[in-house]
Write a protein that binds this ligand. Structure first.
Ligand code: C5P
Length: 194
């Protein structure tokens, strides 16, 4: 896999024009785009079709978490939108995850374990014992020197690839950069060097 193909850019915006502009600027420089709750709730399912028109795979990050029948229905609805990846919360349980896979067999169903905004203390308050590292492996991605924002557990792109990540979801370090395409290219170079 070429380094840039590993980069999935989180188009976390409620503005259709901004999402489409970012997709147009970044097409050819990254491996795909993530449509998450902010864009999906604001813009509706059509944003998935519109971003898929860039020709790159769409990672639909809805982090579904409900009873198995409800998640199966949502996954079946998502299967009609043209996404290649769909997220669910692993805390929904094995049966819920199995029903999501059955309902959307053409996609890769990814299970989120513990959100990367959690640290030991925030998990303890929820009654979940042990540090997040015991339950998760996937960090938030931040190139060296960039702002952490609300990510409590981070790794650089190169470190994440060395640790076995095949695709990296990266949002603000690219989307908030003065030149998003240049930021994506620099991250691809960092992955290649690492
Ligand atoms: O802007 P930032 O790079 O923090 O955005 C990361 C995006 O990827 C968010 O949309 C978030 O839902 C998602 N994500 C994450 N941490 C992971 C994997 C995905 O924050 N470990």
């Amino acid at each position: 896999m070429r380094p840039e193909e590993r980069i999935f850019v989180a188009l976390d915006t409620p503005e259709r024009e901004r999402a489409l502009d970012l997709a147009a600027r970044l097409a050819g420089k990254v491996g795909g785009f993530k449509v998450g709750l902010e864009a999906f709730v604001a813009l509706g399912p059509s944003i998935v079709h519109d971003i898929a028109a860039s020709g790159l795979p769409v990672f639909l990050d809805l982090k579904l978490h409900d009873i198995p029948n409800t998640v199966a229905g949502a996954a079946a609805s998502a299967s009609r939108l043209g996404a290649s990846f769909l997220t669910v919360h692993a805390l929904g349980g094995v049966e819920m995850m199995r029903r999501a896979v059955e309902a959307f067999p053409s996609a890769s169903i990814l299970a989120v374990t513990i959100l990367t905004s959690h640290d030991d203390e925030s998990l303890r308050r929820l009654g979940i014992a042990g540090p997040p590292g015991d339950a998760v492996v996937v960090p938030g991605i931040r190139p060296a020197g960039s702002a952490e924002n609300d990510q409590a557990r981070i790794a650089t792109p190169a470190a994440a690839v060395r640790a076995g990540a095949d695709r990296l979801v990266i949002g603000r370090p690219i989307t908030q950069a003065a030149d998003p395409a240049a930021a994506a290219e620099e991250i691809a170079r960092e992955i290649a060097r690492g």
